[in-house]
Design a protein around this ligand. Structure first.
Ligand code: XBP
Ligand code: MG
Length: 259
């Protein structure tokens, strides 16, 4: 089917979350980078897979470090200059994380590259709405989709540019404003409860693709809950909702979800 996208189309942009949605970046990406930064600063902290899953309740790396300190090393969390200490620890973490991405070890999740290309071909805008640091987004896109791929996105909203990180809707509202589009002409793709709370609060229909850290979370309000975005050779599994007989996500399916 040839899609006719004009200013009245019910679907003019797709807003992608990053961590857990574009790629499985948390367990073998961010977590390892945090641990490498701790080691570099001679801290005897180690975030194992299970503890990291618990810490993911707090979005944003700096916020996550502060939360960990308050809960597990409270004496340390009272020290003077804590904000700048956390900021420099987090800078080291970002350096490790970007190096890890540049080594090409973290691939996109199934269907992500295909859907991004298809939306571009269909003249549907694409955007990013994430709590992660901007350098991380650029490094992930370049290492998976190519050097010029950050330029494919009409808007990239990332990191500390808004006051409230997810589950606050701020980053989605920021991206919508820059796209110049109302929420009802857009759709969000998320992987976590904090993420969908943010997107729904911004008024966005939301498709969720779960991962190992998020599959048991509460996704009430999702238009569709899927294992992943699916590929023609690797169909998705529908966990909740009506996929209208589709086995991979494309613009046709996303448009049907807007009816
Ligand atoms: C997920 C996050 C991020 C990363 C860490 O965000 O909570 O904070 O875990 O990134 P999303 P930073 O799913 O919205 O992309 O350390 O750069 O904050
Ligand atoms: Mg996410």
């Amino acid at each position: 089917m040839t899609l006719r996208i004009d200013r009245y189309s019910p679907l003019r942009a797709v807003l992608f979350d990053v961590d857990g949605t574009l790629a499985d970046t948390e367990r073998d990406g961010h977590r390892l980078a945090f641990n490498a930064a701790f080691e570099k600063l001679s801290l005897d902290w180690e975030w194992d897979v299970e503890l990291y899953g618990e810490l993911l309740a707090v979005t944003g790396g700096k916020e996550r470090i502060r939360h960990y300190m308050e809960k597990y090393v409270p004496a340390e969390s009272n020290k003077a200059g804590l904000d700048s200490w956390i900021a420099s620890l987090h800078k080291a973490k970002t350096r490790h994380y970007v190096a890890l991405l540049e080594s090409g070890k973290i691939p996109l999740r199934p269907g992500v590259g295909r859907l991004i290309q298809h939306l571009r071909d269909s003249k549907i805008k694409i955007a990013i709405a994430t709590t992660t640091t901007p350098e991380n987004v650029t490094a992930l896109l370049k290492s998976t989709l190519g050097e010029d791929s950050p330029g494919w996105f009409d808007v990239i909203g990332a990191g500390d540019i808004v006051p409230g990180k997810k589950p606050e809707p701020d980053i989605y509202l920021w991206v919508l404003e820059r796209l110049g589009l109302p929420a009802h002409q857009c759709i969000a793709i998320e992987d976590s409860e904090n993420g969908i709370r943010a997107s729904l609060a911004a008024g966005l229909d939301t498709v969720v693709t779960v991962n190992d850290y998020t599959r048991l979370q509460d996704f009430s309000g999702a238009r569709l809950l899927l294992s992943d975005l699916g590929e023609p050779t690797q169909p998705f599994t529908v966990l909740e909702g009506d996929a209208h007989g589709a086995v991979w996500v494309d613009a046709d399916l996303l448009l049907k979800l807007k009816d």
